[in-house]
Design a protein around this ligand. Sequence first.
Ligand code: GRF
Length: 203
Amino acid sequence: MLKIAVFVSGRGSNLKAIYEKVPKSKVEIAAIVSDKLDCPAVKFAEEKNIPVYFVSTKEKENFITYFNLIDELKRMNVGLIVLAGFLKKIPDEFVDAFENKIINIHPALLPSFGGKGMYGINVHQAVFNSSAKVSGATVHFVDKIYDNGKIIAQRAVDISDVKSPEEIAERVLKIEHELLPFVVEKFADNKVVIENNRVLVLE
Ligand code: GRF
């Protein structure tokens, strides 16, 4: 059984996809971590009785620091951290504490259209403006640089006929909801391996 922590900041549709699509016999969502006290993702976690931690770089009421969160997640035996719409940058010491155990979903085909400020509709607007004919979703390892870690899995979608960035967002989100649960389950099955400096997702 793989225990995971899912980090969220907003709508939580990817969290919901993991909850609904990954078999509970393989993966337990042991904790939700949010930087926002009140958002739909946190509401979802509360409805499902999943423990919620509010995280901050500073010490403040109702929040846990990243430093203490490391201990807490290790104590719970969390083996994978999934960033699913988490908007804050993960501090370096947290990345070091969970080397190759933090993954993120990005709503474009990295290494294009990533980096600081590239989140939400900004990503789809940039893709739209570029006149690219395909977009997609990328799941990658998290390192100390935004959207820079090694790519684990990607799925593409045709956007040659879209009329707006919102339309791209809608098509990509559908794919995200397939790709992220797929990758999480692969981690649970120990099917994600690093070989020759590349990440392989085995059958
Ligand atoms: C998704 O598009 C994800 O790729 C990005 O942020 C968005 C989060 O959506 N990192 P949700 O909160 O999972 O609905």
